[in-house]
Design a protein around this ligand. Structure first.
Ligand code: F6R
Length: 369
């Protein structure tokens, strides 16, 4: 039940901290990952040489975030594919491939059919699912449940952060099995992960009112672009998807590095662009590159709303608005930066007088192909 909340979506965004905390609960022990539910596939997991993540929509974007971390930690190739594309292209896979399906409902027909196909081809299947006893986990070799609690609003929010959390646990588990991270490194990542719920809480508290104001001003907007890089790229895709489905606004997410390969032609005066800015503390040069992307689009008249780390002063002169997220190691930033985008989609739909829980033409669980 809504329990006094104006919408399920608002309630479910407020539950994002718990979705992460509950997905972690009982799965770490003395700085190590404890996933007894994977014991039955332990042997199979030590024999894999490749991971393929399958999902649709938001679940696929969670998979994309997971790819960056799993590859970095476990040093195993990870591909992410949309379930419906995967099964119609005669993919190459065998018993050394771990197929990880990601699905909140566990009933998405495209993903179910993809999992069945993968099993027939001899792949090992692991399901990340939010619904106990759903069809996809029942048909998989193993299941890692997310504990986001029931998600009622059609658009997915808390399930996304729970899916990323589960993929990170899997990545750290594989890294431990493969010996690619030592115990201290695993413990350090888990400490970061355990700090995420409180940080999400701070993002919701600190940014929601301002985002509601921005959304109100933008209620006539026809088009919004989202830019991100590295783990911020799937966050940009997720922000765009929320605007399409909730506010019926044309929205696109781009990898910031792709800008000059085409999308920058879209920039004209007044175009609103959300930019997910990597941390300036990251040793890669991505922060500088994204700040220079912001300068390029600003020079062409874009109105930039940056999502940036607290204390990142370099973006301030170039952004029209800066939404702050707490400091976190790079892999944990998407769990924070996605939250203001969820809030924005909800607030823009609300400002347009739309039903945020039941957008037109959509169903919560897509059980047809
Ligand atoms: C986006 C959304 C959809 C679902 C997709 C997969 O807000 O709700 O894109 O993420 O239909 O659904 P599940 O996770 O149930 O397989």
């Amino acid at each position: 039940e809504k329990g006094g909340w104006p919408s399920f979506m608002k309630k479910e965004i407020a539950e994002e901290p718990d979705a992460v905390a509950n997905t972690l609960r009982g799965r770490t022990h003395d700085g190590a990952v404890a996933l007894p539910e994977l014991d039955g596939v332990a042997e199979a997991l030590s024999g894999i040489n490749r991971v393929l993540v399958l999902g649709c929509g938001t679940a696929a974007y969670a998979g994309m975030v997971g790819k960056y971390a799993i590859e970095a930690w476990a040093r195993i190739p990870v591909d992410v594919e949309l379930s419906h594309e995967f099964r119609y292209r005669d993919p190459v896979l065998d018993e050394h491939t771990l197929v990880v399906s990601v699905s909140q409902s566990g009933e998405t027909m495209d993903t179910l059919m993809a999992v069945r196909y993968a099993r027939e081809q001899g792949a090992r299947t692991l399901s990340i699912c939010n619904t106990q006893g759903a069809t996809i986990p029942r048909e998989s070799d193993a299941v890692l449940y997310t504990h986001a609690g029931p998600e009622v609003a059609v658009a997915s929010t808390k399930a996304f952060v729970a899916q990323v959390t589960a993929l990170y646990l899997l990545g750290l588990h594989l890294a431990t099995l493969r010996g690619t991270l030592d115990a201290d490194a695993v413990a350090a990542q888990l400490t970061e992960l355990e700090a995420v719920p409180t940080k999400i809480q701070r993002v919701v508290e600190a940014s929601s009112a301002r985002i509601a104001e921005l959304a109100h001003w933008m209620s006539d907007t026809q088009s919004v672009l989202f830019l991100g890089r590295h783990v911020g790229f799937p966050v940009a895709l997720e922000g765009a998807l929320k605007l399409k489905e909730l506010a019926y606004i044309h929205a696109e997410g781009f990898a910031a590095g792709e800008l000059k390969h085409g999308p920058i032609a879209l920039i004209e005066p007044g175009q609103i662009v959300f930019v997910v800015v990597p941390s300036p503390r990251d040793p890669s040069s991505l922060h500088k590159k994204v700040v220079s992307n912001i300068q390029e689009i600003r020079a062409r008249g874009a109105r930039v709303i940056a999502i940036a780390e607290l204390g990142d002063v370099a973006v301030v002169p170039f952004a029209d608005e800066v939404i702050r997220i707490p400091l976190a190691a790079p892999f944990f930033e998407p769990l924070l930066s996605v939250v203001p985008l969820h809030v924005f989609g909800m607030e823009l739909a609300t400002a347009k007088g739309l039903d945020v829980d039941q957008p037109r033409n959509l169903a919560k669980s897509v059980t047809v192909e």
